[in-house]
Design a protein. Sequence first.
Length: 194
Amino acid sequence: MVKIAVFASGSGTNLEEILRHVEDGSLPVEAACVIVDKEQAFARVRARNHGVPEYYFNPKAFSGKEAYETAILDVLKQHDVDLIVLSGYMRFIGKVLLEAYPNRIMNLHPAYLPEFPGAHSIQDAFEAGVSQTGVTVHFVDEGVDSGPIIRQERLAIDPAWDLETLESHVHALEYDLFWQVIRQVSETIKEEEK
């Protein structure tokens, strides 16, 4: 079975959806561990509630990104992780992890890339007054939300929606899409390892 590590920085709502699908069998992977970069991230509580080991790495406690990621990599190796899933992880992935997991790090982005890359994509789409946005799942590379796209879904924006309503619709689409793409990628990994 493919073992995944979920990286998160915040409340972990997408993590909750992933773990729910793992537990009901619709996502046949093992959630090996959860990695967070913020001590107060509620994702840690969610991981513990589901019996998944969680690890907090304080970036400020390391001499630089390389040392930070090397410490994370040690934990990933201990858990035999096959696939890294970025779920609201607000930190750029560096050389150490990219080289250890080529095309095995995937990210969920709340926009239809290449539209609205970066950290505030839902707000950016709202302020741009566009008629549609979307959700993208892509592999991570050195750039900002620039890696190969795995799957995307469009979302039409009702002009009557406020920002909060738009956010709720984007998140609902994320919850529906992300676990399915994780399943798709994990099935590809299983095929490659046969």
